[in-house]
Design a protein around this ligand. Structure first.
Ligand code: G4P
Length: 290
C-alpha cells in the first residue's frame, strides 16, 4: 500500500503503526485534539482510524481551506458535526481567517476540564492541545499562525523523551509544536481522486487526462455552470466528460499539428486551475451522503 504524498511521505503498514504509536504517546500529554480537515472534503480528508486514535479526548475539527469551499456546504458540515457532539470551525489558515473563534471554542470544549482543575485548586494548569491531520491539510499553517501571536515558548517538559515544545497561544492555553501526521484512506478510489483533485496527494500513477476526465465527471454533476462560465462554453448538457475536455481545449486554443486538441495540455491546465480555485468554491461531499 505504498503511496506517494507530497514527495516525501511514504505510507506503509510499519510506518503507519509507528506514527499511530507516536501520536498516542503525545495524546497522553494533552487535554484536547485539534483535527484539521479540508473543508472541501471533510470526510475524505480524515484519517480512517481517527476516532479510535483520538478515543475519548475532546476534539475540535477545523475545516481548513474554507476559502476554497462552498460556504453553504461548510455550514452544513458544521451543523452535521455539531449534531454528532463535535465542534467544528471553518477557517483559512493561510490568511488566518476564522481563527479568532478558536480559543473561545477551546475553552468551551474544555469547560469540564477547567472546572475540574479549579476544584482541585489547579486553576493555573494550562490547557494543552495537539494538532493532527493528513499531509498538506494545513497543520503547519495553523501552528505557525497560532504561534505567531505566542509570547513565549515553554521549555521542554521533563521526562518526555522527544523534545516537545509548547507554544502559549492564549491565556492558559498551549499548543504542541509538532503535529501528528496521519494517512488518509487512499485505497478507496473515490477518496483518492478527491484528494488528488484538491492537491492533498500527488497521483503519479494516473495520467492527467484520466484525472481531468474524472474531475469533469464530478464538476458537471454538481457545478456544471462553473465550467461553462470559466471556459465560455455554451452548454454542456448531455455531453460526455471527454467531449467537455475537448470543448475546453478548443476554447483555449490548445491544438497540436493537424488541428487536433492537445488533450494532455488541456488536462494539466484544467487540473491546475481547479487546484488554484479559479473555477470557484467547491465542496466535493455533503453530509447527507454520510
Ligand atoms: P501540512 O502542514 O498539513 O502538511 O500543510 P501546510 O500547512 O504545509 O499547508 C499545505 C499547503 O496548503 C500550503 O501551500 C499552505 O499555504 C496551504 N494552505 C494551508 N491552509 C490554507 C488555507 O486555509 N487556504 C489556502 N488557500 N491554502 C492553505 P504551499 O505549501 O505554499 O503550496 P502552494 O500554496 O504553493 O500550493
Amino acid at each position: 500500500m505504498a503511496q506517494r504524498i507530497k514527495d516525501t511521505v511514504q505510507w506503509f503498514p510499519g510506518h503507519m503503526a509507528k506514527t499511530r504509536r507516536e501520536i498516542e504517546q503525545n495524546l497522553k500529554l494533552v487535554d484536547a485534539v485539534t483535527e484539521i480537515r479540508d473543508a472541501r472534503l471533510p470526510e475524505s480528508s480524515k484519517n480512517p482510524d481517527i476516532d479510535s486514535i483520538i478515543a475519548n479526548k475532546p476534539r475540535i475539527i477545523l475545516l481548513n481551506k474554507a476559502d476554497y469551499a462552498d460556504d453553504a456546504a461548510t455550514q452544513k458540515w458544521i451543523d452535521y458535526y455539531k449534531q454528532k457532539g463535535i465542534w467544528a470551525l471553518a477557517v483559512d489558515c493561510k490568511l488566518g481567517k476564522g481563527l479568532n473563534a478558536y480559543l473561545p471554542l477551546v475553552r468551551r470544549v474544555l469547560a469540564d476540564t477547567i472546572e475540574k482543575n479549579n476544584k482541585k485548586g489547579m486553576s493555573g494548569k494550562p490547557l494543552r492541545i495537539m494538532v493532527v491531520g493528513i499531509p498538506n491539510v494545513g497543520k503547519s499553517s495553523f501552528i505557525n499562525r497560532m504561534a505567531k501571536n505566542s509570547k513565549a515558548k515553554v521549555a521542554n517538559m521533563p521526562g518526555v523523551t522527544r523534545a516537545n515544545q509548547w507554544f502559549v497561544i492564549g491565556k492558559g492555553v498551549e499548543l504542541l509544536d509538532t503535529p501528528g501526521v496521519l494517512w488518509p484512506k487512499f485505497e478507496d478510489k473515490e477518496i483518492g481522486d478527491k484528494l488528488a483533485f484538491t492537491g492533498a496527494v500527488k497521483n503519479d500513477v494516473i495520467d492527467s487526462e484520466t484525472m481531468a476526465i474524472r474531475l469533469i465527471d464530478y464538476i458537471k454533476n454538481y457545478y456544471a455552470d462553473r465550467l461553462c462560465q470559466r471556459y465560455k462554453l455554451d452548454s454542456i448538457d448531455g455531453k460526455q466528460s471527454w467531449e467537455i475536455l475537448e470543448m475546453i481545449g478548443k476554447k483555449r486554443g490548445m491544438l497540436i499539428s493537424g488541428g487536433e486538441i492537445d488533450y494532455e495540455r488541456a488536462s494539466v491546465m484544467l487540473l491546475d486551475e481547479f487546484k488554484k480555485g479559479k473555477l470557484g468554491k467547491f465542496t466535493f461531499e455533503m453530509p447527507e451522503d454520510y
